[in-house]
Design a protein around this ligand. Structure first.
Ligand code: NAP
Length: 256
């Protein structure tokens, strides 16, 4: 825990905090002294993860049933976070939806839903918390994009376009918010062993098993949610105040 975090308790919102990478980020930030708001569409999962953090003696609350693609729901949740845990000055835009479809089979509905969750979601969440960060003169925003935005990925044009959009969102916003003491960075994870990845493996959508992909990864293992959480923990720390607008790949060397 950084010195400043120890002296001034801060509140962090983690979207999609009920599962996989988001869950690991919740635990990491809770251990680092943040009061954590677990925001997720899945109310049971949000409750479970907040409960796990509280069992370890940390301050955490669940904000379940919140769809990040619904601006009103997001604004309501951010208000409730402010009332229960205090104004958030850390936001991790992690909630995301994956999708595999041949390009010509992507319907308007499928395209719109991916964009709504992966791009509009961070837009709504960020607009809801930035005023509190500006007020505090300090803030940290971390957007979880995808290594597929760096490399491309067949049958995922909609998903990759949304995640590449999040990289641009990060770079532009970093320039605008830097003078307010707010940093904005993105972590594009690559091949992290989560329920999302295993669901894709089960459907035969990975072009091989997780183990086969691990064998082709320079560090010879799949990513762990904790790998992403560690990078995120650093980016939201006091020590990372001079890092903004950056794409910090955490992918075992799959993309450089
Ligand atoms: P995950 O295990 O599926 O967790 C995602 C969580 O987000 C779930 O709890 C999910 O709830 C929630 N969520 C989905 N849509 C939501 C919405 N509209 N509003 C609020 N919450 C929502 O996925 P993960 O693998 O940890 O992925 C986390 C992030 O990393 C995603 O943005 C993903 O695109 C990105 N990523 C992951 C990998 C990887 O290898 N795993 C690679 C690159 C990028 P439900 O279960 O109810 O849907």
């Amino acid at each position: 825990m950084s010195e400043q975090n120890a002296s001034a308790r801060r509140t962090a919102i983690v979207t999609g905090g009920g599962s996989g990478i988001g869950r690991a980020i919740v635990h990491r930030l809770a251990e680092d002294g943040f009061a954590t708001a677990v925001l997720d569409l899945d109310a049971g999962a949000a409750e479970r993860v907040a409960g796990e953090a509280r069992d370890k003696g940390h301050e955490a609350s669940a904000f379940g049933g919140v769809d990040v693609s619904d601006r009103a729901a997001v604004e309501g949740a951010v208000r409730r976070v402010r009332d229960t845990l205090g104004a958030a000055t850390v936001l991790v835009n992690n909630a995301g939806l994956t999708g595999f479809k041949k390009f010509l089979h992507i319907t308007d509905e499928v395209w719109d839903r991916i964009m709504a969750v992966n791009l509009n979601g961070p837009f709504y969440c960020t607009q809801a918390v930035v005023p509190d960060m500006v007020e505090a003169g300090w803030g940290r925003i971390v957007n979880i994009s995808s290594s597929s935005a760096q490399s491309g990925q067949q049958f995922m044009t909609h998903y990759v376009a949304s995640k590449a959009g999040l990289v641009g969102f990060t770079k532009a916003l970093a320039l605008e918010l830097g003078p307010d003491g707010i940093t904005v960075n993105t972590i594009p994870p690559g091949f992290v062993d989560t329920p999302m990845l295993r669901a894709s493996e089960e459907k035969g959508l990975l072009g091989g098993t997780v183990g086969q992909h691990a064998d082709r990864t320079p560090v010879r293992r799949p990513g762990r949610p904790e790998d992403i959480a560690a990078a995120c923990g650093f980016l939201v720390s006091e020590d990372a105040g001079y890092i903004t607008g950056q794409v910090i790949g955490v992918n075992g060397g799959r993309n450089t």
